[in-house]
Design a protein around this ligand. Structure first.
Ligand code: ADP
Length: 663
């Protein structure tokens, strides 16, 4: 076995790999960029090396630099994790030339399966089913349009080199086909440097079901059953589980055998995943292969009991696969959710910043794979995933109950997150009924942010007021109370204070009992809500007690608002409302009211479809912006005339910059 392994990655996956290395007595080497100087994966490694500037192209994607670190540190092997260099065949070649083991497949198998077109042809050659479509040689517009008409609409244009949903376009009618084709090519070229596309019939309400495989150098190949990953946003998985709620043992065996057959035909070694979609008649079709460890691998680990990273290391070190197909079975049920720093109110765009508080859920059947701790940074440079919460239960129902509890226990302050969305999924009757498909979130309208906030419950308002009270007491403890109590009042019956929230919509009045500061008589507006005592615990924890009854909350002030987390919901209670707060946060909001359309995030203008003075219709696409390798459209919010387009194609713009001004 290796003595030392370099992990060419960051965040949760780097830490997850280190944990298994430690169990196997392998020393770990971490690499880090400028942005990750203080990152958790750096703190946890045995040896650390700086590799360059924050953008991945200057650090985590630099093959020569990473190999130089491997040589210098004496690492015998490199684990690429997922993303970054994990599916880069040139990196695999370079490792081989440097005499360092790449923990993954051969460059040849990776190249073959990295081309979706080639993988599809290979799959057909072993008699496994693929989605009907066109994956021929020609990239000619007229040929593709003719093929599209033959396949029929709706269909998908996909990038052969694709991944992460990039370069993929749904087309529902012939008319916009060529325009969508151009967009898909542009996106594919920008993301992968390869604009080759192919066409697939769009399967309606499909489930995404994938099979984990493991193969060694001696031709032994097994599968570790399936993961269902149907709950997706923009074709990206956010909830994954095993077993799939609808697979029968016969279908599982059939799909598992197909996966093994394809992998064998590819000469594949190490861990990999065959992705399939299942139509509503439970017919399955091969989609693509991922030639690496997947984000969602933990659900397989929990139900099969095998540590996939350990298996990867054993196989890479040249050992024979010690697990036979007969030894693989699923026990119980596991579900993973991906907790992202993203803003549900702004189209789920990444929400970067410092995570001031992160309380990880714990307890029976709960595993958290995370890359950060409280006061760590979510930067704009990398994937905004904060953590994966993985739960295990003896059956699906028990696992879902754990998922709900885990999400309710997970406290994150400082950045916006998708926890409320994940909680809404976990509690949805259709999810509980196993009625999942890739359009689940749209079908149940789970992506539309609640208009305005839900009214804060009394406990949230009281928690906010007690938090403010406790801060005031801490501040005042050593000083002269008469100078420091500020807006406190000493009344005949004791201290009293009133806090107002939400632009005075709620008034919380606390009056101390008999001049003591450990029991407070409370009123919300004019309504008496009883006597409360509180205790400030670890981090942001505040325990409210009403006689024998206890309410657990987490509270933190962020800028001018008090954030209260109660039962998994975060209520943001505005205190003072400086008039320009919104404008400072979302630069350009003031102009927005003057009909200015702004860039949702920093990026490059790739297409300007209108000119100054042009009449436009509501919903018309005016400008296309490319950011984080995806295209975003800036559309007219109403019928009107363009006063001015502020940028030309190719311009680099900041998030919030005014792109188009309407009259
Ligand atoms: P990527 O590699 O970019 O992630 P995939 O080919 O793996 O792209 O597809 C990602 C997701 O897109 C699938 O999980 C599924 O939800 C959807 N998808 C892909 N192909 C089809 C299809 N032919 N019909 C319907 N949905 C599809």
């Amino acid at each position: 076995m290796f003595k030392k392994v370099l992990i060419a990655n960051r965040g949760e996956i780097a830490i997850r790999i280190m944990r298994t290395c430690r169990e196997m007595g392998i020393r770990t080497v971490a690499v880090y960029s400028e942005a990750d100087r203080y990152a958790r994966h750096v703190r946890e490694a045995d040896e650390v090396y700086f590799i360059g500037a924050a953008p991945a192209a200057h650090s985590y994607l630099r093959i020569e630099t990473i190999l130089a670190v491997a040589r210098k540190s004496g690492a015998e092997a490199i684990h690429p994790g997922y993303g970054f260099l994990s599916e880069n065949a040139a990196f695999v070649d370079a490792c081989e030339q440097a005499g360092i083991v790449f923990i993954g497949p051969s460059a040849e198998a990776m190249r073959l399966m990295g081309s979706k077109i080639a993988a599809k042809r290979l799959t057909q050659s072993v008699g496994a089913p693929t989605v009907p479509g066109y994956a021929g040689e020609s990239q000619d517009n007229t040929v593709l349009l003719k093929e599209a008409e033959r396949i029929g609409f709706p269909l998908l244009i996909k990038a052969s080199a694709g991944g992460g949903g990039k370069g993929m376009r749904e087309v529902h009618q012939p008319a916009p086909f060529l325009e969508q084709l151009a967009g898909a090519r542009r996106e594919a070229q920008a993301a992968f440097g390869d604009e080759t596309v192919f066409l697939e019939k769009l399967i309606i309400r499909p489930r995404h079901v994938e099979i984990q495989i493991l193969g060694d150098r001696y031709g032994n190949m097994i599968h570790l059953c399936e993961r269902e990953c149907s709950i997706q946003r923009r074709h990206q998985k956010i909830v994954e589980e095993s077993p799939s709620p609808i697979l029968t043992p016969a279908l599982r065996a059939e799909m598992g055998e197909a996966a093994v057959r394809i992998a064998q035909a590819a000469g594949y070694v190490n861990a990999g995943t065959m992705e399939f979609i299942l139509d509503s008649d439970k017919r399955f079709y091969f989609l693509e292969m991922n030639t690496r460890l997947q984000v969602e691998h933990p659900v397989t680990e929990l139900v099969t009991g095998f540590d996939l990273v350990r298996q990867q290391l054993l196989i890479a070190a040249g050992e024979k696969l010690a697990i036979t197909q007969a030894q693989v079975s699923q026990r119980g049920h596991a579900i993973e959710v991906r907790i992202y720093a993203e803003d549900p109110e702004h189209a789920f765009l990444p929400s970067t910043g410092t995570v001031s508080t992160f309380v990880e859920p714990e307890g029976p059947g709960v595993r958290v794979d995370s890359g950060i701790e409280s006061s760590d940074e979510i930067s704009q440079y990398y994937d905004p995933m904060i953590a994966k919460l993985i739960v295990y239960g003896e059956n699906r129902q028990a696992a879902i109950a754990r998922l709900q509890r885990g999400l309710e226990q997970c406290i994150i302050f400082g950045v916006k997150t998708n926890i409320a969305l994940l909680h809404a999924i976990a509690t949805h009757p259709a999810f509980q009924g196993g009625l999942t498909h890739t359009g689940f979130l749209d079908e149940h309208h789970l992506l539309t942010p609640e208009t305005g906030q839900a009214a804060p419950p009394d406990a949230a308002l009281l928690a906010a007021a007690c938090y403010e009270l406790s801060n005031r007491q801490i501040q005042s403890a050593t000083d002269n109370p008469w100078q420091n109590l500020g807006p406190w009042r000493m009344t005949g019956e004791g201290y009293a204070f009133t806090y107002t929230y939400h632009e005075q919509a709620y008034r919380v009045a606390l009056r101390s009992q008999n001049g003591q500061q450990d029991m407070w008589e409370c009123k919300i507006d004019a309504r008496a809500v009883g006597n409360v005592a509180y205790k400030h615990g670890k981090q942001s924890f505040i325990l409210l007690t009403f006689g024998p009854m206890q309410v657990h909350t987490n509270v933190q002030q962020i800028q001018s608002a008090i954030h209260v987390n109660l039962n998994g919901h975060t209520y943001i209670l505005g205190r003072r409302q400086p008039p320009d707060v919104d404008i400072a946060t979302y630069g350009g909001n003031r102009l927005n009211t003057q009909k200015a359309l702004t860039a949702p995030m920093a990026g490059t203008i790739v297409k300007v479809q209108i000119h100054d003075g042009e009449e436009v219709a509501a919903q018309q696409v005016l400008v296309i912006l490319s950011a984080m390798k995806m295209e975003h459209t800036i559309t007219a919010t109403h019928d009107g005339r363009v006063r001015r387009v502020h940028y030309q194609e190719g311009a680099v713009v900041k998030g919030g910059a005014v792109i188009v001004e309407m009259e």
